[in-house]
Design a protein around this ligand. Structure first.
Ligand SMILES: Cc1cc2nc3c(=O)[nH]c(=O)nc-3n(C[C@H](O)[C@H](O)[C@H](O)COP(=O)(O)OP(=O)(O)OC[C@H]3O[C@@H](n4cnc5c(N)ncnc54)[C@H](O)[C@@H]3O)c2cc1C
Length: 424
């Protein structure tokens, strides 16, 4: 690894370049950071390592998708009030403005001993520090019926924004009026606690306009609504009475795609016209395969000061893949904050500086209960040196008093701001 003085020379030379052409990709002799995954966590970390090292650290981001497609706001595409174009942002500015080298590929293996990642398309990338931010994988194998031919094309999750988002919308459009849409929710923790309840609202909003005899069934493995419960229940009672039905304590055991039937561990079978099944989730495959998922083989434990993995040195894990601290949601907002905290720590570690001993960050999670009206929950999280974890700051944060269009405007500003912070 580069010595500190040598780094500062490289960094300031690159910094001078940076003033006129910070787009110059850092492929010189400076320290090398490789980032796996250009989502909310990885793209933010890539950009901020470049910025906060004054463009002295070279950053390569590996991502298979040609553009960033946001899960936040994707429920509105399913509800029909937004389009895929509204939630898609190109990666160009990471390269043009920040000099991040973006490699369109998938990482197939990490050699932690040699500090190298292997690409599915061939080739290797050496690193001094590796940032692993592959999001989640859906544990579809826990539902045997999903392995039957055609089942995965028919029973969608749409929990990674992209082709399934469009496909689920099409299923709703072709459903008869008077049909039933059923969404199943796994036991927490899962990606975006309020996301399934927001989706139920979006589907119901569409039904009120286009298929008023239809029904939305929420089949939740949890004992109760896991986020903003009172606000969602009020929206269901006030706006979607008789249309949305909520059933807690429903653990899906299997699915039958041929008859569109859900089978539960304890409850009666349920048939629906459109099945939207969210299986259990775990850290993205590359993290699990590398042995980073130390908590139940599902989530990756990290040091919250640096996001360094507890299982492997020089490897940092961010975003939805981590074993969260108490009351820390798996959200895009949080993943963006992980990205910045980790970027600051990685720059400090590679330049011989002190790592911040008390990171503080916040989370705001907006949910659309119609096409315009929104509710939110917010929290502030601070590092606790005794417990070595992040704890919520007492009295911080809060929830909306009621749904409003004003919050709807804030929610869209939040989305535009976080897309800019992550990618522009
Ligand atoms: C319907 C829905 C609504 C949501 N609404 C909100 C909201 O309103 N607010 C909010 O804050 N959060 C929301 N979320 C949650 C948010 O989307 C996630 O928490 C966030 O995307 C997590 O960021 P991440 O970087 O960990 O993962 P992702 O954003 O999923 O990024 C992971 C990236 O890694 C890439 N990748 C995976 N494996 C590899 C590999 N081997 N090699 C290279 N690249 C790889 C993937 O292609 C992907 O681009 C919502 C989620 C859903 C599903």
């Amino acid at each position: 690894m580069l010595k500190r003085r040598q780094f500062i020379q490289t960094a300031s030379a690159a910094g001078v370049l940076g003033l006129s052409a910070c787009a110059t990709t850092g492929s010189g002799s400076g320290p090398k950071v490789v980032v796996i995954g250009g989502g909310y966590a990885g793209a933010t970390a890539a950009k901020y390592v470049r910025m906060w090292s004054d463009y002295g650290i070279s950053v390569t981001l590996v991502e298979p998708n040609s553009a960033f497609v946001s899960c936040p706001i994707s429920n509105l595409v399913i509800g029909g009030s937004k389009t895929m174009a509204d939630i898609t942002t190109p990666y160009d500015n990471l390269t043009k403005r920040h000099g991040v080298r973006v490699v369109r590929d998938t990482v197939s293996r990490i050699d932690a001993e040699k500090k190298v990642v292997m690409l599915a398309g061939g080739g290797e990338l050496p690193y001094d520090r590796l940032i692993v931010s592959p999001g989640i994988d859906l544990m579809t194998h826990t539902l045997p019926g999903m392995a039957k031919p055609g089942a995965a094309d028919k029973i969608l999750h749409a929990w990674k924004a992209g082709p399934q988002t469009v496909a689920l919308r099409r299923q709703l459009e072709s459903m008869r009026d008077g049909g039933v849409y059923a969404i199943t929710i796994p036991l927490a923790p899962y990606r975006c606690p309020p996301g399934p309840y927001e989706r139920a609202c979006q589907v119901a909003h569409y039904f009120t306009q286009a298929k008023p005899k239809s029904k939305v069934l929420i089949l939740d493995e949890n004992d109760d609504v896991t986020s903003k419960g009172a606000l969602f229940k009020k929206a269901w009672a006030d706006r979607y009475k008789g249309m949305i039905e909520y059933r807690p304590k429903h653990k899906v055991a299997d699915v039958d795609a041929a008859t569109n039937t859900l089978k539960f561990e304890f409850n009666d079978d349920v048939k629906a016209d459109v099945l939207n099944v969210l299986p259990m989730m775990r850290a993205g495959g590359i993290a699990v395969q590398t042995g980073l998922a130390t908590a139940n083989q599902r989530w990756c434990e990290v040091d919250f000061l640096t996001f360094e993995s507890k299982a492997a040195k020089n490897i940092h894990v961010l975003g939805d893949s981590i074993q969260v601290a108490p009351l820390m949601p798996k959200s895009g907002h949080m993943a963006n904050q992980h990205g910045k905290t980790c970027a600051a720590a990685v720059v400090a570690l590679l330049t011989g500086k002190e790592v911040n001993a008390m990171p503080i960050y916040n989370n705001t999670c907006y949910s659309f209960v119609s096409d315009k009206e929104v509710v939110h929950v917010a929290s502030v999280h601070r590092y606790d040196a005794d417990k070595k974890t992040m704890l919520t700051v007492p009295g911080s944060g809060g929830v909306s008093a009621a749904a409003s269009e004003l919050e709807g405007a804030y929610a869209m500003s939040w989305a535009r701001n976080i897309w800019a912070d992550t990618l522009a």
